[in-house]
Design a protein around this ligand. Structure first.
Ligand code: C2O
Ligand code: CU
Ligand code: CU
Length: 492
């Protein structure tokens, strides 16, 4: 693989969008108005529940808790009092039993984002409603051929999803397996990065939804990695770091770059790539995950993991008067990079080799079944703007899309609106076939894909193993709550 020096890095980066900004942050350190807050705490998160003898069993309680968020007290919504929620780890074939108690003041439920498990019963069923004070035991088996990768869990009760996720309710669900056994990857030091943002008043209390710009999708000005502001990630002495990153923010996009360095992506969402791909930046929309390898063979020092500016569209032309909120514009980082974490290289080492081959993805066969979806806005008498799919807002008692189990379909998703929408489908992963008619060169499995404003993305989805009713939606969760969702019936 080619090593890049800073100069080449600038040239490569500027080949894409955001030219001015990228060269800006690399050349003018003064862009950061204050000196970097020194991070002292390590990024490593502790609480972990692992399966043993084929069973992952735990108690999980949703409640409001007073937690310490980077030195400040905050009243957040938590699973078991933790921000982020405990990391769950199982292997393919394992049984999972989660004794869940809802001690929130609102109803809730749990969605297992990206997992290919039953979508009915007490499994990945988003139509369950667990009232305050009530309990439910989630129980399912992870199929024995389930891919190993980075998945996650979060609440999914329509109308409250964004609010509860923004309160803090999100955690990793890791499926261990073949990806972890590749010798080069096994030798790398593994760290998990859960990206969350929060909006808190002086007293550490969350602002009510009424104060947020729900139309844009709420964003907070406290940006955390594993519940910490700018933590340290240490490069191991063997020089190879594996980062498993989750965007658990309801609306914020993360356009990640590591100062002075490229890195290697090895997985998209919960799925391995064929081989490592060298990238200079990585865009993670809400819901998406990525596994990357970072090599440590360069000068010792501190390198910042940055969130580069990204413009995900605006309501501007649709009437700014509807934008509630406190300075939402500033908090959609459109022009200033934000430091997320600091990677510490203590000494310069020759890093371990990267794997050459990871897996082999086969392209899905062509299909005759083509379905079209248009993501759009409309006017709504109650909330001002409606979020629609094919001209319709979500309605719980309608089946918007009906498919046959064991078929493959092409879904052509057009975004004719003024904002970007990351499109997510529950239960089955898909491959992106083309964007705006241009064939997609990267063969990869995903469960969430960005459909930018004005874009048309064509997906190919196999509906496998599990029949029943589930959903697809925009993963800017305010958009989902406002109606950009559809019911999907998979008929046996
Ligand atoms: Cu993470 Cu229906 O979503
Ligand atoms: Cu999901
Ligand atoms: Cu959206």
């Amino acid at each position: 693989m080619v090593k890049l020096n800073r100069r080449q890095f600038i040239i490569l980066s500027t080949a894409g969008a955001g030219v001015a900004v990228v060269s800006n942050w690399l050349s003018q350190k003064t862009i950061f108005s204050e000196p970097l807050p020194l991070s002292r705490s390590s990024a490593t998160i502790t609480p972990l529940h692992q399966s043993s003898d084929g069973l992952l069993e735990l108690d999980l309680e949703a409640r409001e808790s007073l937690v310490e968020l980077s030195g400040k007290q905050a009243y957040l919504l938590t699973y078991n009092g933790q921000i982020p929620a405990p990391r769950l780890e199982a292997k393919s074939g394992d049984k999972v039993r989660i004794h869940f108690a809802n001690n929130l003041s609102q109803p809730t439920n749990i969605h297992y984002h990206g997992l290919h498990i039953p979508i009915t019963g007490n499994a990945d069923n988003v139509f369950l409603k667990i009232e305050p004070g009530k309990k439910l035991t989630y129980e399912f088996q992870i199929p024995s051929n389930h891919p190993s990768g980075t998945f996650w869990y979060h609440p999914h009760l329509h109308g409250l999803v964004a609010e509860q996720l923004f309160g803090g309710l999100a955690g990793l669900f890791i499926v261990r397996g073949e990806l972890d056994e590749i010798p080069e990857i096994k030798a790398a030091k593994e760290e998990f990065l859960v990206l969350q943002d929060f909006s808190l008043d002086e007293g550490g209390r969350r602002f009510s939804s009424a104060h947020m710009s729900l139309m844009m999708g709420r964003e907070g000005d406290v940006i955390t990695v594993n519940g910490k502001v700018n933590p340290i990630i240490k490069l191991p002495t063997n020089g190879l770091l594996r980062l498993r990153i989750l965007n658990a923010s309801p609306s914020r996009f993360y356009r990640l770059a590591l100062e002075d360095s490229s890195f290697y992506q090895i997985a998209t969402d919960g799925h391995s790539l064929n081989e490592p791909i060298e990238v200079n930046e990585l865009l993670l929309t809400p819901g998406q995950r990525a596994d990357i390898l970072v090599k440590g063979d360069k000068r010792s020092g501190q390198y910042r993991l940055l969130n580069l500016p990204y413009d995900r569209g605006s309501m501007g032309m649709m009437g700014g008067g509807m934008m509630g909120g406190r300075g939402m514009m500033d908090r959609n980082n459109r022009d200033t990079p934000i430091v997320l974490a600091t990677v510490n290289y203590e000494s310069s080492v020759e890093s371990l080799a990267l794997p050459t081959k990871i897996t082999s993805i086969s392209a899905l066969p062509e299909t005759q079944i083509i379905r079209r979806f248009e993501l759009n806005h409309g006017m709504s008498p109650t909330v001002g703007m409606a979020f629609l799919i094919n001209g319709e807002p979500y309605s719980s008692d309608r089946l918007h899309t009906q498919v046959q189990l064991n078929t493959v379909e092409d879904w052509v998703i057009s975004n004719t609106g003024v904002m970007d929408h990351p499109f997510h489908i529950h239960g089955n992963a898909f491959q992106v076939i083309s964007r705006n008619g241009i064939p997609e060169s990267l063969l990869a499995w995903r469960d969430t894909v960005l459909v930018g404003r004005g874009e048309t993305v064509r997906l190919r989805i196999p509906f496998r193993d599990f029949a029943g009713k589930t959903v697809y939606h925009c993963h800017i969760l305010d958009h989902e709550d406002l109606g950009m969702m559809g019911n999907l019936m998979i008929d046996a």
